[in-house]
Design a protein around this ligand. Structure first.
Ligand code: ATP
Ligand code: MG
Length: 306
C-alpha cells in the first residue's frame, strides 16, 4: 500500500519494513527520529508506538512484538514484519469514508478522530461530520489514495493525519467501511445508510451521485469509556445521563483491571452522542462527556501501573 501510494505521488510518510533490532536501527538512521513503530498487518492501534530516541525505538519494537505474541493467533496475524515510519507530528487526525468506482471515487463523510496521550495512539472518540468536511485538499487526497490503490468498488476508509503546518498525510487506507461504529455515526449525521451504498456498489449500482448530494443534518459521535488505571472495585450503572447521550454500553465489571489507553483492548465501554448542531471547530465534547461518565461509573482501587 505504502509503495503504491508513493509511486502515485500520494503524500504518505516514508517507511521501512524491519524484522530485527539491527534493521530497526538502520531504518531509524535512514528516516530520522522520531519514528512510529507498528506491526505491518495488525489493526486497532495494537502495537503502534511512538519513539523519540534509538532506545525508545528498540523498546517500541519489543512492545509491538509483545502485542503480536499476545493477540496474533486470535486475529490470524503473521506479525513477522514491522513498519518504521516518519512521524507526522500533531494530534489532528481524521478518517474519510470514500465510495469507490472504477478509476474514480467520491467522499461521503469526514470523521474527526480523538487520540490518547502519546506514546500510544488509542482512538478515544470519532465525531461526524468533521468541521474539515469541505476541505478540498483533504478530500482530494483521500480520493487520489483510493484511485492509486485501484479500489474500484465499495466504501473505503482512509486515515489522514495533519502535520504541524496543516499538510495532510495518508496514514493508511482500508478497502472496507470504517470500524468502531463510525458507520452508525455517518448514518445518523447524514440520514443515509452507508452499508446500502457499500452493498449497492458491490451489486454494480453507481451511487457516486447519491454520495455527492449527501448533506449532514446533525452531529453524531462515539466515544470510549475509560476507567482510571487500577482494579475496578465497583460499576455504578443507572445514573441519569446527559441529554446528548443516545446509547451507552458498559463492558467492564467489578474485579477487572484497567490499564492506560493504548489500543482497542484498553476500553471499558462506549457511549454514543448526538447534537442537533454542526460544529465549526474541533469540539472536545466527545472526550469530556465520556470522561465525566467514566469517572461517575467506575470506582477504581489501587493503581495497576501502565
Ligand atoms: N507515521 C505516523 N505518524 C503519526 N501518527 C501515526 C503514524 N502512524 C500511525 N500513527 C498513529 O497511530 C494510529 C494507528 O496507526 P495505523 O492506522 O497505522 O495502525 P492500525 O493499528 O491499523 O490502526 P487502526 O486499525 O486503529 O486504524 C493512527 O491512526 C495515527 O494516529
Ligand atoms: Mg489505522
Amino acid at each position: 500500500m505504502k509503495q503504491a501510494l508513493l509511486t502515485a505521488g500520494v503524500r504518505t510518510p516514508r517507511s521501512r519494513l524491519v524484522q530485527s533490532d539491527e534493521e530497526l536501527l538502520d531504518a531509524v538512521e535512514d528516516l530520522g527520529l522520531p519514528v512510529v513503530v507498528k506491526p505491518y498487518d495488525f489493526g486497532g492501534s495494537g502495537g503502534v508506538v511512538l519513539a523519540t530516541t534509538r532506545e525508545e525505538a528498540l523498546a517500541a519494537l519489543a512492545e509491538s512484538k509483545g502485542v503480536i505474541a499476545q493477540y496474533g493467533a486470535a486475529f490470524n496475524i503473521l506479525g513477522d514484519k514491522y513498519l518504521v515510519e516518519q512521524f507526522v507530528d500533531s494530534d489532528d487526525e481524521v478518517s474519510v469514508e470514500v465510495l469507490c468506482g472504477a478509476g474514480r471515487a467520491q467522499v461521503l463523510a469526514v470523521t474527526e478522530k480523538y487520540l490518547s496521550p502519546r506514546p500510544w495512539f488509542a482512538e478515544l472518540a470519532h465525531l461526524v461530520p468533521s468541521h474539515r468536511t469541505g476541505d478540498e485538499a483533504l478530500t482530494d487526497l483521500a480520493v487520489r489514495a483510493c484511485v492509486a490503490l485501484g479500489i474500484d468498488r465499495g466504501l473505503a476508509h482512509v486515515e489522514i493525519k495533519f502535520g504541524a503546518d496543516g499538510t495532510p498525510w495518508v496514514i493508511e487506507v482500508a478497502a472496507r467501511p470504517g470500524g468502531d461504529g463510525i458507520m452508525d455515526q455517518v448514518e445518523r449525521a447524514y440520514e443515509l445508510n452507508p452499508y446500502r451504498l457499500h452493498v449497492g456498489s458491490y451489486l454494480g449500482v453507481d451511487l457516486l451521485g447519491t454520495v455527492a448530494a449527501a448533506v449532514p443534518v446533525r452531529t453524531s459521535a462515539i466515544a470510549f469509556l475509560k476507567a482510571a488505571p487500577g482494579r475496578i472495585r465497583d460499576v455504578l450503572d443507572g445514573k441519569p445521563l446527559p441529554p446528548e447521550v443516545r446509547s451507552i454500553n458498559i463492558a467492564a465489571k467489578p474485579g477487572d483491571l484497567s490499564h492506560a489507553a493504548k489500543n482497542w483492548s484498553t476500553r471499558e465501554g462506549l457511549v454514543e452522542l448526538e447534537w442537533d448542531e454542526l460544529f465549526d471547530a474541533k469540539t472536545p465534547l466527545p472526550v469530556t462527556v465520556a470522561k465525566d461518565l467514566s469517572d461517575q461509573i467506575f470506582v477504581t482501587g489501587e493503581a495497576a501501573g501502565a
